[in-house]
Ligand binder design. Structure first.
Ligand code: BGC
Length: 414
């Protein structure tokens, strides 16, 4: 009922001519605060300003967006939501169900989003048949980044299997180099975990375990093997890993203190922002195994009534999906454009590999939503899994115990 009322207000706002002298406004909540991220979000700020918009920035630091989501909840509960919010996957639907999202179908229709966006991505942006969010990019999560010189000096190539990774790591330890740059934060543990689930279990297992929450898959020997590998990886991080931000872990790879990082391609945004060149200073390869874990950033528009803020929302939505923003933003962010009609000619080899692998994966059912980045599951279930993953990573819990806890946590979260 509440949603119908919002739609009626929005429809009226869309039909009404803009008041003379109106200044489009946007208060934008996001968590893009690292060097590469800040460069990328500046593209949107500049394009918005060029359209006469006034941008109020609401950055909430904290990789993965957990802190930003807490800040969002407080704002919505106080009846004063931001205009546009970096929001992803099922969380968009969760907010829609609370009756607080605006309808941007008019922009989507005018820009023909139905045609220019891949169907799998559009599905996340639609709420009950209307459009409620604008997609920014496609980040890939199952990436491994490495310091090219450190690898060359130690006679190591990019590992094609987890066994190869483990062997390379032992060699690096013997040479006094931290094999894996990692930050001990729940979302980073979950990021590594999902790449191991994909690599050891394969695409079908990933789907069953982390999308369908299939009891058998969650309690299987394969899942035990995944936790075994997590335990091995725990031995490859340095002592100062707890609480470290992801971009500081990327910096460890940049300066040769560590050899590898397992992280989505926002890490490439950091390398690029520091002037590093892919293929020369740093290397990229997918983590061992098939498939492609996608993480689509998007902005959901909150119901802010008619007026300047509504106008701001429409301009933002239009800019975000526009081809020029898609190219400039993604060059800085490390991701690839969400539109398939934007040329990748100006993009680097890692981006080109990402696009190739994404197409190949979508042909053989290997294109999978990232659980760690809020694309696969609702908050309660995703939280239940990452709690267990983190508890295991930060203790001497056995793999068997972790698997048991996983089953219980999922059952309790339903
Ligand atoms: C977001 C990225 C962001 C990363 C680190 C991910 O969940 O999708 O845009 O750069 O978190 O903060």
């Amino acid at each position: 009922m509440r949603y119908c009322a919002i739609r009626a207000v929005m429809a009226a706002a869309v039909l009404a001519p803009c008041a003379a002298g109106a200044e489009p406004q946007a208060e934008v909540l996001h968590w893009w605060t690292s060097g590469g991220e800040a460069k990328a979000v500046a593209v949107l700020q500049q394009e918005f300003a060029a359209r006469g918009g006034s941008w109020t920035d609401m950055p909430v630091a904290g990789g993965g967006g957990d802190a930003a989501m807490t800040a969002l909840r407080a704002r919505v509960l106080s009846g004063n939501p931001p205009t546009a919010v970096q929001l992803k996957g099922p969380a968009i639907q969760e907010w829609y169900e609370e009756g607080v999202l605006a309808d941007i179908s008019d922009v989507a229709a005018a820009q023909n989003w139905e045609q220019v966006l891949p169907q799998a991505i559009s599905a996340h942006m639609k709420c009950g048949g209307t459009w409620c969010a604008a997609p920014v990019n496609v980040h890939r999560v199952d990436w491994m980044w490495a310091n090219a010189e450190v690898l060359a000096q130690n006679g190591i190539g990019m590992p094609a299997s987890w066994e190869e990774f483990n062997a390379a790591a032992e060699k690096l330890i013997a040479a006094g180099i931290t094999p894996l740059a990692h930050g001990g934060q729940a979302w980073q543990d979950a990021t590594v975990f999902e790449t191991v689930v994909l690599g050891i279990g394969g695409t079908e297992f990933y789907r069953k375990a982390l999308i369908d929450l299939d009891e058998e898959a969650l309690g299987s020997d394969t899942m035990t093997a995944v936790f075994d590998q997590m335990r091995i990886l725990r031995g490859f991080v340095d002592d100062n890993f707890p609480g470290r931000d992801w971009n500081l872990a990327t910096a460890m790879v940049m300066n040769g203190e560590a050899a590898f990082q397992i992280m989505g391609d926002w890490a490439k945004g950091e390398f690029l922002a520091a002037g590093k060149v892919p293929g020369e200073d740093f290397l990229c390869a997918s983590t061992p195994g098939d498939g492609f874990l996608y993480n689509v950033d998007s902005f959901a528009m909150f119901d802010v009534g008619a007026g300047d803020a509504r106008e701001g929302q429409e301009i933002l939505a239009e800019l975000i999906v526009g081809p020029s923003f898609q190219e400039t933003f993604n060059l800085a962010k490390g991701s690839i454009p969400v539109r398939s009609d934007v040329s990748l000619d100006g993009f680097d080899s890692c981006a080109q590999l990402s696009a190739r692998d994404m197409n190949a994966a979508s042909d053989d059912a290997g294109l999978l939503p990232s659980f760690a980045h809020g694309m696969a599951l609702r908050g309660a279930q995703a939280g239940a899994i990452s709690d267990v993953v983190t508890a295991h990573f930060n203790s001497d819990m056995s793999s068997e115990e972790a698997v048991e806890q996983l089953g219980r946590a999922i059952a309790n979260s339903m």
